[in-house]
Design a protein around this ligand. Sequence first.
Ligand code: NAD
Length: 474
Amino acid sequence: MAEQFDVIVIGGGPAGYHAAIRAAQLGLKTACVDAWTGADNKAALGGTCLNVGCIPSKALLDSSKQFHNLTHSFKDHGINAANPSIDVKTMVGRKDKIVKQFTGGVAMLFKGNKIASFLGKARLLKDRQVEITAPDGGKQTIAGTNVIIATGSAPIELPFARFDGKTIVDNAGALAFEAVPRRLGVIGAGVIGLELGSVWKRLGSDVTIIEALPDFLGTADAEVAKAALRELTKQGLKIELGAKLSKAEVKGNEVQLTYAGKDGEKQLVVDKLLVAVGRRAFTDGLLGDGTGVKLDERGRVVVDEHCWTGVDGVWAVGDCVRGPMLAHKGFEEGIAVAELIAGKAGHVDYDVIPWVIYTEPEIAWVGKTEQQCKAENIPYRTGSFPFAAIGRAVAMNEPAGFVKMIAHAQTDRILGVHLVGAEVSELVAECVVAMSFKGSSEDLARIIHAHPTLSEAVHEAAMSVDKRAIHKAN
Ligand code: NAD
């Protein structure tokens, strides 16, 4: 008979491993099945986020930022560094070491929480039976009172620019180049395109980003998107908006691109092409016959607001369900479902999910944009404050950007905060807390912020909503 668990989690990425650990903490007998293996062919828990996403990209963003500062801004501090050079192998090796540390960390957490970890591809069968196919082809079946599907997402492939892992690559490929490509083409000015385009640009690559939509970062607040575009362009990233790729032909070591831009058809030759046009739910081969679990037209598992599939004991969380594909959204869904299974009040507040793009300057936001408030006829006031007037930002040589706060015109409740500037990935947390507590701009305006810190920009933006910012004309 199949071994029985209280909870079986399919997928050990951010959403899945959070679900598994929380379920185990709550005393449930838990198993997690994951197929990801590292270079050593051993299990590498943590999914896209730890293996080829959030963590490795941040490692390379940090390395490339250090190099960029060395070559561009150290001189402003009076520091001369003669003949700087990059050793890409060491840089990528450092990133790989960090990945190994964190994937190994999840394995240790599983052990510490007595979670049974299975290596292989899982298929959900009828009655919450889960068939596992190991890398050597061996099969076994386990059964769960509950099953949490957390199979994540995969890069979308363009039919006329297929990934070959060498010249035309996805995010994983662009994290493992062996040398700085002289010319890098990027399809898609989304989160991955901007972050990885920035990495290679800072290291000296000539980077052209081709984006189909006419507006830059359409989901961000328009003022933030405009400022970010200006700063990124200043750094030398060439961003072509409203440009539609029609052909990508690999010829030897190059890729020849044909695309229709604002000024008609154009050709571009690059050494590497990163295709980052979004991701799709990864549910291929997941469902056996008669499970009752439904997929939508985009292959996502259909769930209600509590991540329940409508089938007794079957749940789904993270990138494989509706909502933004963000690791932290998956974390919270995983925890909430484990708590619901244990009879607790698990809950995710989808209105206050922070977004961060780790470019330079960083971009972050939470809540509604000004264009959304307008479209929804919500009466609002805004306040903003530039980092150029923040002593700490100027002392750090990072004066670009601003914080913009949107508050309800009558109740003053904060509706959204939009940030572009140094370390706004950290500053947005305060705004998330304020919004989660249904705070007003006045609440933030009356809370003491340490001086001199970057957080003063949030404080001043809050005061600016009521036209009483101190360090600017209101
Ligand atoms: P994305 O949705 O952020 O951006 C894709 C971009 O490609 C869009 O701007 C889209 O208009 C454009 N595009 C689509 N088809 C195109 C075409 N044929 N030609 C030119 N442009 C085209 O997707 P992504 O950057 O691939 O990232 C995938 C997912 O991973 C996203 O959901 C993202 O939120 C997530 N992610 C998040 C982070 C972070 O939080 N910092 C980092 C990396 C990835």
